[in-house]
Design a protein around this ligand. Structure first.
Ligand code: SF4
Ligand code: SF4
Length: 360
């Protein structure tokens, strides 16, 4: 029997007031009438605690679009789960903050679309959003909660990483996450307008390295680089079915939030099966768990239990085969596809398709 997952990612809803063109949600978003009920989520939280999960990350879309968020936080906290909310912050009013605090929230991760209001509002597709985020950050700190600020970077804002870190510092962040766009879902759709150049990546790397040095011992800076310039892939989700279980708004249990794109899978629903049964016995979680499934390049590699062969969704999206070595790896037969994608993006138009619940 596999050890229990470390964390549950509860994607409460795909509704979101923002429209980020790099959103990692799937293109086919779950409609509001398909969302799990409060009772369903309460039961899932009970099961999560019973199976030995330690953390629950309430995510979305925008988790604060669910009116029952505080009730779910309260229930999770009462079961001994560490509770984190991953939010755009635009709905975090004084009243909402007080309610979440009373419910026992442990941590809030607040996302920003840029360092300043004009670009932030433009990339988020929400006028006044940046100002609301600044207010949200103030409320989080005044509530005495730890704050992580998150900045997603791409070709159209990569020059402003220094200003983003300065903003995160000014807001009192304990942790600043500088994350290059990950090319799944809407990010993949908009890849040609988002993928940075190598020169931009190098500049961002240098800015982050200098900031880490300057802020050592005060603020942790997490840095997520784009796979497209890498020689080795990331350990996606700490390995397939290894550390996390992701529940979509309609109740599908997924080894990672992008896994719904994989063909030939039937993802089990928490409406029909317990978390224990899903984690221990479903084909969806067993298929790529461990190393038995690996193609030759990975099976013979001494990094196979470090990066677990990389990302299955990226292997499907680029190589057309979810069971292939992630093309981000220099040992992968399909590694040349990364250079092709970089070439395709060079000089491509900067127009972005905004993320929308319903595509027109
Ligand atoms: S990335 Fe943007 S659009 Fe997607 S859920 Fe987060 S705030 Fe909403
Ligand atoms: S060959 Fe496979 S296990 Fe080895 S580094 Fe590449 S992706 Fe990771």
């Amino acid at each position: 029997m596999a050890p229990p997952p470390l964390g549950l990612i509860a994607e409460l809803t795909h509704r979101c007031p923002l429209q980020c063109a790099y959103c990692s949600n799937p293109l086919a978003l779950d409609m509001p009438d398909s969302e799990l009920s409060t009772e369903d989520w309460l039961r899932v939280l009970d099961e999560a605690a019973a199976i030995g999960i330690l953390q629950v990350h309430f995510s979305g879309g925008e988790p604060m679009a669910r009116r029952d968020l505080a009730a779910l936080v309260r229930h999770a906290a009462a079961r001994g789960l560490y509770t984190n909310i991953i939010t755009s912050g635009v709905l975090l009013s004084d009243a909402a903050m007080a309610e979440l605090l009373d419910a026992g929230i442990d941590h809030i991760q607040l996302s920003f679309q840029d360092a300043g209001a004009a670009d932030g509002d433009r990339f988020g597709g929400y006028r006044g959003g940046h100002a609301r985020k600044l207010e949200a950050a103030r409320r989080i700190r005044e509530a005495g909660l730890p704050l992580t600020t998150n900045f997603v970077i791409h070709r159209q804002n990569a020059e402003r990483v220094e200003a983003m870190i300065a903003l995160g510092e000014a807001l009192g962040s304990e942790r600043i996450e500088i994350a290059h766009t990950q090319y799944y879902g809407w990010g993949l759709l908009n890849r040609n307008a988002l993928l940075p150049s190598f020169a931009q990546l190098e500049q961002a790397n240098a800015v982050v390295a200098a900031a880490r040095e300057r802020l050592r011992g005060r603020i942790v800076i997490d840095y997520v680089v784009p796979d497209y310039y890498a020689a080795r892939p990331k350990a996606c989700m700490g390995g397939w079915g290894n550390r996390f279980i992701n529940i979509s708004p309609s109740g599908k249990a997924l080894p990672c939030h992008a896994a719904e794109t994989l063909p030939g899978f039937v993802f089990p629903s928490v409406r029909e099966q317990s978390l224990t049964a899903i984690w221990a016995g479903s084909d969806a979680f067993l298929r790529f768990r461990g190393t038995d499934w690996m193609p030759p390049a990975c099976a013979s590699c001494d990094r196979r239990e470090i990066d677990w062969g990389g990302c299955r969704c990226q292997a499907l999206a680029l190589a057309g085969d979810a069971a292939a070595t992630d093309p981000a790896c220099a040992r992968a037969p399909d590694h040349h596809l990364m250079a092709l994608a970089i070439g395709e993006a060079e000089g491509a138009p900067l127009d972005l398709v905004p993320r929308r619940l319903k595509q027109s």
